[in-house]
Design a protein around this ligand. Structure first.
Ligand code: ASP
Length: 441
């Protein structure tokens, strides 16, 4: 083998897994741009297979992991007063971060006005292909808030597990775990059982992550290939506002938040969760990334007690990136169609986005379904609604990748802040990037 090849291989093997995934992501973008102009069905099929295999593997461990994490987390907190305190703090922190996200989204969209003159792009021709899907989405969300909330309580927890509905699963798991914590020592065999499940699912996560670099490469290439540079130019202002909003959230809001509420060094935290951030971007799914988010946080010193409670709930309920997108998208459509945005409408849109985003599942595209809830009160005609929706669908994947990265990061930010407040963080581990392995011991 040529010397430079040997050096490259040695470098590749010596680098942390973070860098492999990062390389996969960058190469995926290039491959996607190339594939957009050179549609090659064989390559596309191969990439789709690799991407789907990765997502399915990682999704496979989510439900056992979430249930076991919640059982262990809540029973280890034990006393219901401390649990109440932790739960309240978690909800307040998530609410603060999401409120800032919607305010930021609204502010940027009103200031930059990405929707002005965009009606020409929101082309109803595009709509025809996906009209049925759009109409069904709009219909399914009409006046549905109470039903949505009702759906959070599972009639049959096993059915919820079988169909993978995360919110009902979490509602049951939390109640069940609180009850287990209350019954005292008798819960030991059951908790030990879940401790074994948790340890085994984390081990499987580790194995799956060896496949993360090709998985992220394939998923990114497919997403970018569908996108094309032409549409990018046409709506660059809209995408620019989103990217700016997500960037401010990541590089200004979270650092300031951590500064105010904890002493967690933000860069160390980002280094710790880099793998989870990249997998979130590649998979566009907070739920699929969940095992990795927990693993990254725990390997770098955030206690199991905090991660196992705060992160699964965050991956399902905390969607600040989604909320930001929903506000920007709705204001964009209103501007495009010349609908007057009174302060009252803007506040209504912001509040609805907070609710709609947190009812979105942590799966690709969920935020674009619940956006119907936010759009309903805006006064768009049915045709405008369908065309607007169809437009959002055409650029969905790329915005989903960005907002999922934000959603996942904020889960870890809140977990780190709470761990700091509760003395549940090992700063020696967090501040020392050399001290951890890619592999969970
Ligand atoms: N894909 C996002 C997530 O998993 C949800 C959304 O569609 O906004 O966090």
């Amino acid at each position: 083998m040529k010397l430079y090849m040997q050096v490259m291989i040695a470098l590749g093997l010596g680098l942390k897994r973070n860098w492999h995934i990062f390389a996969g992501l960058i190469l995926g973008i290039f491959a996607g741009v190339w594939l957009h102009t050179n549609q090659n069905p064989i390559i596309m099929n191969a990439l789709t297979f690799i991407g789907q295999l990765f997502i399915r593997l990682i999704q496979m461990v989510v439900i056992p992991l979430v249930i076991s994490a919640i059982v262990i987390g809540i029973t280890s907190i034990g006393d219901s007063k401390q649990l109440g305190k932790l739960g309240t703090k978690m909800i307040c922190y998530y609410a603060i971060i999401t409120t800032i996200a919607v305010a930021l989204g609204a502010g940027l969209a009103l200031l930059i006005k990405p929707g002005l003159g965009a009606a020409a792009y929101i082309n109803s021709d595009v709509a025809t292909g996906i009209q049925a899907q759009v109409a069904a989405t709009i219909e399914s969300q009409k006046g549905n808030l109470l039903n949505l909330i009702l759906g959070f309580v599972p009639k049959n927890p096993l059915a919820a597990v079988a169909s993978g509905e995360m919110v009902p699963i979490i509602v049951f798991a939390v109640m069940f775990s609180v009850a287990l914590a209350r019954v005292g020592e008798i819960n030991r065999p059951f908790v030990s059982f879940f401790e074994s499940i948790f340890a085994a699912t984390m081990k499987i996560t580790d194995w799956i992550m060896c496949f993360a670099a090709p998985g992220v490469f394939a998923l990114t290439a497919i997403a970018v290939s569908a996108f094309g540079i032409d549409i990018f130019m046409a709506i660059s202002k809209y995408l620019g506002v989103l990217a700016l909003g997500f960037g401010i959230q990541l590089f200004v809001v979270y650092p300031v938040f951590l500064r105010i509420f904890s002493k967690v060094p933000v860069w160390m935290l980002y280094a710790a969760i880099a793998e989870a951030m990249m997998v979130a971007f590649g998979t566009a799914s907070s739920s699929a990334t969940l095992p990795l988010t927990i693993a990254c946080c725990e390997k770098r010193g955030i206690s199991h007690k905090v991660t196992s409670f705060v992160i699964p709930l965050g991956a399902t309920l905390n969607m600040d990136g989604t909320a930001l997108l929903q506000v920007v998208a709705v204001i964009f459509l209103a501007q495009a169609y010349g609908i007057a945005l009174t302060p009252l409408i803007i506040v209504q849109v912001a509040l609805l986005a907070i609710v709609a985003s947190s009812t979105s599942a942590g799966i690709p595209g969920a935020g674009l379904i619940t956006i119907a809830l936010v759009l309903n009160g805006l006064g768009l005609s049915p045709e405008q609604l369908v065309a607007g929706f169809a437009f959002l669908f055409t650029i969905e994947r790329i915005t989903d990748m960005m907002r999922t990265l934000v959603n996942v990061t904020s889960d870890a930010v809140v977990a780190a802040a709470i761990a700091d407040n509760e003395n549940e963080i090992n700063y020696d581990l967090l501040n020392n990037p050399e001290s951890y392995n890619d592999v969970i011991e």
